[in-house]
Design a protein around this ligand. Structure first.
Ligand code: SF4
Length: 238
């Protein structure tokens, strides 16, 4: 049975407090999308000592980068940015071209590895837990997502406090709390990644159908939420 909105918010607050109490230092990996803004608001309004970072891949929409300014204006908080190693980006582009990720899944994964996976490793270095805004209902690759799991690949705990939330719950929270959000969400982009790898979707399409739309649904994750290159079966702990 699905939980009501107030219960979800209360449980999410409790999860964030538990992370603070038991897993400091912890960080929120924010893609600056709607779900991450819910968590950003909950963390910053409660003044929880949880850092917030974002992977600045060099290929983000200007609207996404604008969310950083909105966070600064609303909460007086600067999101920490992690960027790819310039030499690795240069070598990839020189050898394969700027948009080689369209050519094959391997090329796409290599671009994601350079621009996201490697910077993420640096962002998580020395942390006891990381937090994501993933929800179970987002796609076929996330249908078994738990609130808490062990991230063996990075060697720390990983929390998905919004695992049980629906898209309607997310927007209920954003609208009722005046949370700033990426304006692309109002233009048919429920899920937003790098600009060349994200398109608007049609009504009725899967919310992640606009991400790497030229690939099969099963191969779409960018490597950030997989272990040893495989989607892992997740045990519920929380
Ligand atoms: S989402 Fe696209 S542009 Fe961004 S890192 Fe992955 S392949 Fe590269």
């Amino acid at each position: 049975m699905s939980k009501d909105y107030d219960t979800l918010v209360a449980e999410t607050r409790a999860t964030l407090q538990h992370i603070t109490d038991a897993f400091s230092p912890a960080v929120l990996a924010s893609s600056l999308a709607a779900e991450d803004m819910v968590l950003t608001d909950l963390i910053l309004r409660a003044r929880l000592p949880i850092g917030i970072f974002s992977l600045e891949t060099g290929r983000l929409h200007k609207e996404t980068l604008g969310v950083l300014d909105s966070i600064k204006a609303t909460y007086d908080y600067e999101v920490q940015l992690f960027k790819p190693e310039a030499a690795a980006v240069d070598a990839y582009v020189k050898q394969n071209g700027l948009n080689a990720f369209y050519d094959s899944v391997d090329m796409r994964k290599e671009c994601c590895r350079i621009r996201k996976v490697e910077p993420l490793k640096r962002a998580l270095d020395g942390k006891k837990a990381w937090i994501t805004g993933q929800r179970r209902a987002q796609s076929t690759t996330r249908s078994e997502l738990a609130v808490q799991e062990h991230d063996a690949g990075h060697g720390l705990e990983k929390f998905n406090p919004l695992a049980d939330w629906s898209e309607a719950d997310v927007w209920n929270y954003i609208r009722s709390n005046g949370v700033p959000y990426n304006p692309l969400h109002d233009k048919g982009y429920p899920s937003i990644g790098c600009e060349p790898c994200t398109r608007a979707i049609q009504p009725g399409e899967d919310v992640r159908a606009g991400r790497w739309w030229w690939e099969n649904p099963e191969s779409k994750e960018c490597g950030l939420h997989v272990v040893d290159g495989k989607l892992v079966r997740i045990k519920s702990v929380a």
